[in-house]
Each structure stands twice: as structure tokens, then as C-alpha cells.
Design a protein. Sequence first.
Length: 338
Amino acid sequence: MQACVGIDVHRRRSQIAVTDEGGKIAVNRNVPNGREPVLGVIGELPVGTPVAFEAAFGWGWLIELLQDYGFEAHMAHPLQCKAIASARLKNDKVDAATLAHLLREDLLPEAWIAPAHVREQRAVLRHRAQLVRLRTLLRNRIHAVLAHHGCDRASSCWSAPGRAWLDELPLPEASRHVVADLLEIIDALQQVIDRTDQDLTETARTDPRVKALTTLPGVGRLTAQIIVAEVGDIARFPSARKLASWAGLTPTVRGSDRTVRYGHISKQGDPWLRWIMNEGAQTAKRSPQFAAHYEQIAHRRGKKIATIAIARKLLTHAYHLMRDAEAARQPTKPCTPA
């Protein structure tokens, strides 16, 4: 058998273990992160050597390095790597060696490595979502200042009439200064959001999956783009149930003998996909397509559980729409005469 590599990745340094053809640890070294230090350990290995690493913080640079130099990258699922989690002796050397041995024995629980274009799309959409969250935080700061002085407005404070109302408020000098500074930051932030939205709009026009998803209630263009980017290749999910489980929208199960108990949703999966499906469910639960189902569950289990149920149902519909759109994109094979 060929050599195998296990890398325990950390923020500044990584532990690299290399097994020889017999399965023994030939090298187990701690090096700083970077191309030169890592290649100094594994650079002499042949092209196609399998390398295992966990999906830890900041693994992007490592996958790019491995792919550029022809290594066969395998990303391990941290929660399913029970051999590491349950080991009595646990340190970086043991972790790296265990990854190499699991890879060698074909026992490594692998996670999907998204292609570069999917990772780039995710980065842009997550960046946009973080900008909107920051804008919301700043707006809430202004609401807090207004509440401190007993000021309130029934409609929005961010429209043209709302801004005029803010300018006319008799606030103390310090509070006026705080509100003015926050509004200036919000305006600058809005320019960045608008520029990002313009780029995302151009990208959405060429993707039939986005167009198909926007037919669902509660799913707009940006929501559809986030779903497409987070899911990636829909063909890797054999069913909608598998996709819902990957999003963390399925309940935990505890069973023994004939007793089975279902708990809260697992929340073990893509947090961005779970978040955007819950955002879409807030609107979808009021639509004619889902309203009856929502009311039925809300009457029995409560509104929060009912909203989660609508989020999963919405994701199930999205799965089938994405699968059909992907199938339509595939070129049909010409029929050959017998």
C-alpha cells in the first residue's frame, strides 16, 4: 500500500504524520502553517498521495495547497471521527497519526469538499449576510438611544420621512452626536451592500436553480442563492430527508428496544442553510401552500416547532426543484440505432 498522511490543522501550526507503505509512522512533525513548511514534510511524496485532515478553523489554504501539488485530499467529519474523540491519550501527535491510520484503513468519515467556485460563492453571500447583520446592530443602537429619551415612531426611521423626523428630534448634544455617527456608518455600509447585491444579481440571472427556487413562497433571489451555494452539488444527497438531516433540521432520536423518543432538532449541519430556511419559513408559513399545515402543527406542538416543520418542508420542496433544474441542465445523450 502507498503512504498516507494525516494533518491535525490549527490556526498557526499543524501536526503532520506520514505512514510508510507498511503502515508505520515514518514522520510525525509539528510545523508552522504555510506552503514551504508543509511541503518540507510531504513535498517528496508522490503525486496522488492521500492526505486526511479535519474540517477545522481555517482549512481553506490547506486544500488549495494539496490540490495545487496533486495530493488526494480527504476532509474528515470532526463529530464522526470517534476514534479521535474517544481516545484516552489525546494530543496533536496522536490525532495526526490516527487520521493517517483511518485513511489507510478506509475508515475515515469524510465530509464533502466544496469546489473552489462554490466556496467563493459562499464567501460572498455570507459576507453580505454579515453586513446586513451589522447594519441591523447599528439600527438597534439608534433605537436604544431614542428609547432612552422616550422617542418612538410607528413607521420606519430609515426612509426619507424617517430621516427627517430623526433630524428634528430635540436630543441632547451627546445623543445627537451618537445618532449622527451611527447614521453615517449605516450609509457607508449600505453602499457596500448595494454593490454586493448588484454583483449577486448578475450571477443569479444565469443560474436556473435560482429561478426555480424563487417560485417557492418565502424564497426570494438572495434566499435562493444562499440555498444553492450552501447545498452545492444536489446529487450528493440521495433524498430530501438526507438534505434535511445535513441541514440539522431533523429531530434527534433516542431508541432502546421498542421505546423511541424524538427530541429537538439536531442542529448538527450547515448553520447557514438552517438559518436561511428558518428565515424563509417566517413568510412561507402564512402562504396558502403551507398555512394549513402550519396551523395544524402549531395547535398541537406550538408555533416554534411548527415554524421548524415548515422550514423542513420548504427545504424538501427546494430539494426537488434543484434536482429537476440540475437534471434539465445535463445534456441528453443522443439515441444510437440498434
